[in-house]
Design a binder for this molecule. Structure first.
Ligand code: DC
Length: 231
């Protein structure tokens, strides 16, 4: 059967990754979490002291080091999910902390960081048969994707989901801090100059505020079936 490219974009913590991962598994496609790549680049900046006192990024130094940042994914056979590797080291847990969440926006707003990430993402999708989630997948990374979804949900609901996720992992979580982080990332993601978060003209909108994971999964599978039958 012909393989297609599936782009799933939307706001932070709206369940894009869960939907995308489940679909990829079910249809035997590769799954790539592009947000994990920006998070890994942020972790690199933290570990290499590339944040300035005012919270901004030392772009001059980062530009010199950008070719030293190698991000890859490897299937974790225990969770059956791909783990993120930064320069050969598994950083899956480290990139999900509040410290990384609160520092990722300025890193992902840097033009040359985006260029490097987009080039790597396009290479991963060369052979199609890929589900990628993020902010600019349908608009910039794969503008010709056969199936594009744009996911949204209210900020309160998204903050609650991230809170539950962190608690489940035994990490410290403060609901108000998370809500503030969700809202500020929404703002920065939508207003940055390079590749701002926006729905592609040909993307299908999904507001999953009041949907269960099972309902979303079915909805996405139905959309995939509609597109693949015409492909
Ligand atoms: O999906 P996430 O919350 O893990 O993404 C982390 C950050 O990375 C998010 O604040 C915005 C940024 N990002 C981006 O700018 N472009 C993407 N394609 C994916 C994520």
């Amino acid at each position: 059967m012909k393989k297609i490219t599936i782009a799933i974009d939307g706001f932070s913590s709206c369940g894009k990754s869960t939907m995308a991962k489940d679909l990829a598994k079910e249809i035997g496609y590769i799954y790539i979490d592009s947000g994990a790549m920006y998070r890994a680049a942020t972790l690199y900046c933290i570990e290499n002291n590339l944040f300035l006192e005012d919270g901004s990024v030392n772009t001059k130094e980062l530009e010199k080091q950008i070719d030293n940042i190698h991000i890859s994914f490897q299937l974790n056979t225990q969770t059956n999910r791909p783990d993120t590797y930064l320069n050969g080291i598994n950083v899956e847990d480290k990139i999900r902390t509040m410290e990384v969440s609160s520092k990722v926006s300025p890193v992902s707003a840097v033009g040359f960081v985006r260029e490097a990430m987009v080039a790597a993402q396009q290479k991963m999708g060369e052979a199609k048969g890929i589900v990628m989630d993020g902010r600019d997948i349908g608009t910039t990374v794969f503008p010709n994707a056969e199936l594009k979804i744009f996911v949204t949900a209210s900020a309160q609901i998204r903050a609650q989901r991230r809170f539950d996720e962190l608690k489940e992992k035994g990490q410290q979580a403060d609901f108000n801090e998370i809500l503030e982080n969700v809202e500020s990332r929404d703002y920065i993601d939508q207003h940055r100059e390079v590749s701002p978060l926006k729905q592609a003209d040909d993307a299908i909108l999904l507001d999953n505020s009041h949907m269960s994971i099972a309902e979303q999964k079915q909805w996405l599978m139905d959309k995939f079936q509609e597109v693949i039958q015409k492909a």
